[in-house]
Design a protein around this ligand. Structure first.
Ligand code: OXD
Length: 309
């Protein structure tokens, strides 16, 4: 069995070696170094369309991240039977939960306010907002959203989640549909976006959604930049509807130097690091899922290509 590998990261060599070690029965070829086209599997992050063209033997395409939108963008080049896996690694869930928790606490503990005061050598105390008095709205309750919700609940925050489709009731209060969204927005002191990028969600965080939030809310986007209408976001920051935004994902990455987000006083930019995948734990998790897939088991990360997640 052969796999073609395309990962444009500085950790690419570590990924390649870790995958080759975790799946000795598969021969991995780096896309740039091979003219061979008889691959059964592709393991990719943001691969060019050419990687997927003319591959009649391909049966499985695996993302080295939680999202598969970069693969589905080339969906017309994939035969209907090709299965698509996202990476489901418990470490990524923990990292996402820690990223969001850091942003939430930075806000409720007034850290940005104190950074400004320090620059002005000012000694003034502000009461923190107690976790139990703060509602965090979470859009999207997949693996990562669930890890975030559980962590916030454990610290004492109130969580109101929203999913596009109804889901069975459990310990996480979850709403769905347009009315459910309005309820979550109206309750949220902090809104966290963890939705996948699909035809339904692109541009979803628009002026109407932001207007549904409590004045002064914090917005955290750790999903995809395409979900957010940037002009509406900047307008909501300027009007005070949002007190701040913490953004980890952008339609164009790296974020262009000319973007107004870099210098905005109430925007925190991070370079797509929430839930960073790790070569050692990620390769082991993916190898196990590829084996499940090939042996007729139920892989943890298989997505529905029609739904897009
Ligand atoms: C992603 C990831 O899909 O970082 O964005 O895993």
């Amino acid at each position: 069995m052969r796999a073609v590998f395309h990962v444009p990261w500085e950790t690419a060599d570590r990924w390649f070696d870790a995958l080759a070690a975790a799946l000795p029965e598969v021969r991995f070829d780096r896309w740039a170094d091979t003219t061979h086209t008889g691959h059964d599997i592709a393991v990719v992050w943001k691969a060019p369309a050419a990687l997927f063209a003319d591959r009649p033997g391909l049966r499985l395409v695996c993302s080295l991240g939680a999202g598969t939108d970069h693969i589905l963008a080339h969906g017309s080049l994939l035969a209907p039977g090709v299965r698509v896996l996202r990476l489901v690694d418990p470490l990524m869930g923990e990292r996402m939960a820690e990223y969001v928790l850091a942003g939430v606490l930075r806000h409720t503990q007034n850290h940005d306010l104190y950074a400004g005061q320090q620059a002005a050598r000012q000694w003034r105390r502000h009461a923190p907002r107690d976790a139990r008095a703060v509602t965090v709205g979470i859009l999207g309750l997949g693996h990562l959203g669930t890890c975030v919700a559980r962590t916030l609940l454990a610290v004492g925050f109130t969580v109101a989640a929203w999913t596009r489709r109804p889901r069975p009731a459990d310990a996480i209060a979850c709403h769905h549909g347009p009315d459910g969204l309005a309820q979550v927005l109206a309750a949220a002191d902090i809104l966290v976006c963890l939705l996948p990028a699909t035809a339904e969600t692109r541009g979803m965080i628009d002026a109407a959604v932001l207007a549904g939030l409590k004045p002064g809310a914090l917005f955290i986007n750790a999903a995809r930049g395409e979900l957010v209408d940037e002009a509406a976001l900047l307008a909501a920051l300027d009007s005070g509807r949002l007190s701040a935004a913490m953004l980890d994902a952008f339609p164009e990455e790296p974020l262009p130097a000319a973007s107004p987000l870099w210098a905005h006083p109430r925007v925190i930019v991070t370079p797509h690091v929430a839930s960073l995948s790790d070569p050692d734990s990620g390769a082991a998790a993916l190898a196990a899922d590829i084996r499940r897939c090939l042996s007729g088991g139920v892989p943890l990360g298989e997505i529905d290509r029609t739904a897009g997640y």
